[in-house]
Design a protein around this ligand. Sequence first.
Ligand code: ZN
Length: 152
Amino acid sequence: MVQYRNFRGINLKLKIKTTKRIELIDITSEVQQQVMRSKVSEGICVISTGHTTAGIIINENENGLKEDILNFLQKLVPTGAEYRHDRIDNNADAHLKAVLLGTSEILPISQGKLELGSWQSVFFAEMDGPRNRIVNLTVLGNIETKEKVQEE
Ligand code: ZN
């Protein structure tokens, strides 16, 4: 077993400006950029959002599929279908869609890169835009170093 000395934990925020009521925004390159800047080579990256009408998902960035996902969500949870929350906030469908999507994803980091399948992208899923949004990144792991502690 090889243990590395240099464990690092970093929290940072990505600012996202959405432009439509519902849309999928590919944030893979921003997340990967922050992982590279963290210098973490082996570890995990938690991608989360604190909003109740948005989500984080991983899937393929293909225009037709992105439309299919949004149409699918709209079909499952139509806007204005006599929800109770609409009496006070008029966005119950956005909350319900966000419940289906979930608010975080965790990815392994290997050799400084997000462990994503070749067709996978990370998306911020806006369900009640346009708004200014925040994505939280937590990068945990060992930073690149040649220095090793004693092997056991
Ligand atoms: Zn609401």
